[in-house]
Design a protein around this ligand. Structure first.
Ligand SMILES: *Cc1c(COP(=O)(O)O)cnc(C)c1O
Length: 350
């Protein structure tokens, strides 16, 4: 191996899709492929998920919807655009056969003249996008094909807000008896059947993250980032590594300089949180992260040689552990994976 490589395992994606279908039997799995399929390529991810039976997809932006429509060609997928209808968006949305998610009265008025179906996002407590429940009466004459809301605290199953949001959503949903309904994203699915309604909208679990922000063996890593060891170096106690003496050795140790850095999407703050990577099957702590290089402690990985691949993210270096070390969420770790690393897809696309 001579440079960083990002391997995207479409069979792992398919297994995660199946695991979600098993977790919410009877509910439609409507994958969320916003932000270019969480950085992994919405076109390819969307096609594979279609092959796995997915028929409804969620994106954030109009342009993402247009790209996905093009990628799916004549496959008759329902593509929902979470952003809704911007001032000039009604025409382009209709032209690409996209279904906007109405978030406000302004969105509703812009979409009404098209006469086309829409989804309706009702805020039930998150205070992000969504129509206020008090305004729902004013859009009841629109052809609402799907009514949805979003849970703020689903990763914390004991939070009382989950049940409150569910109750509020059930009340709104009853006003649209002919529409399909969805409330749960990845974490919400695991709150139980009462949260499934007709469809669920998983994102992160499809891509290998756990629903509770920690590694979960039910979900396989889809993205694997690897890079070769450029150089090995022995340090004495008191020797330092990198800018501003970022790391100071408190004992003799062997380090490896690895050919990936924050340009490749390895979040710089992960060193402070004691992230670890995998070298020849052995965990190696990340000491420093710079633009093009990581320094890792390979004192225990005695087999490490220059040129050997290091797994920076993947089955042996879990996404949720990296996210925790970096003080962020798995979603951000994935979307940071930049285009510099060579991308390889494994598994069938269609
Ligand atoms: C991003 C998003 C999802 C998917 O969330 P995950 O945590 O990745 O499963 C579902 N619904 C809405 C409205 C979203 O914005």
């Amino acid at each position: 191996m001579s440079a960083a490589r990002l391997t995207i395992d479409l069979d792992a994606l398919a297994r995660n899709h199946a695991a979600l279908a098993a977790a919410a039997p009877g509910a439609e799995i409507a994958p969320v492929v916003k932000s270019d399929g969480y950085g992994l390529g919405a076109a390819i991810v969307g096609r594979r998920l279609w092959a796995e039976g997915a028929r409804s997809f969620f994106v954030a932006r109009l342009a993402e919807g247009q790209d996905l429509r093009r990628a799916l060609g004549d496959r008759a997928a329902r593509i929902y655009v979470l952003d809704g209808v911007g001032p000039d968006d009604a025409g382009p949305l209709a032209e690409a056969d996209l279904t906007p998610v109405i978030n406000s009265l302004a969105c509703a008025w812009r979409w009404r003249p098209t006469g086309r179906p829409a989804a309706l996002h009702v805020d039930t407590g998150m205070n992000r996008l969504g129509l206020a429940a008090a305004d729902v009466e004013r859009v009841r004459d629109l052809p609402i094909a799907h009514v949805m809301s979003h849970l703020a605290c689903a990763a914390a199953p004991d939070d009382a807000l989950n049940g409150q949001q569910r109750e509020r959503f059930a009340a709104v949903r009853a006003l649209f008896p002919d529409a399909r309904a969805s409330l749960a994203a990845s974490a919400g699915i695991f709150l139980g059947e009462a949260y499934w309604f007709d469809a669920v909208r998983p994102g992160i679990c499809l891509y290998g993250g756990g629903p509770r922000e920690r590694p979960d063996p039910r979900f396989a890593a889809v993205a694997r980032l690897e890079a070769p060891i450029l150089q090995l170096r022995d340090l004495k106690a008191g020797d330092f590594v990198s800018y501003g003496r970022a790391f100071v050795a408190d004992r003799p140790m062997r380090i490896a300089l690895v050919a990936a850095g924050y340009t490749d999407g390895f979040i710089r703050g992960a060193a402070r949180g004691k992230a670890s990577v995998c070298v020849g099957g052995v965990a190696a702590r990340v000491l420093t992260v710079s633009m093009d290089m990581l320094a890792v402690d390979v004192s225990d990985a005695t087999c490490a040689r220059e040129g050997d691949p290091v797994e920076l993210l993947g089955q042996n270096a879990p996404l949720d552990d990296l996210a925790a070390a970096a003080g962020t969420v798995a979603h951000e770790c994935l979307v940071r994976l930049s285009s510099r690393a060579e991308r390889v897809y494994v598994g069938a696309v269609d």
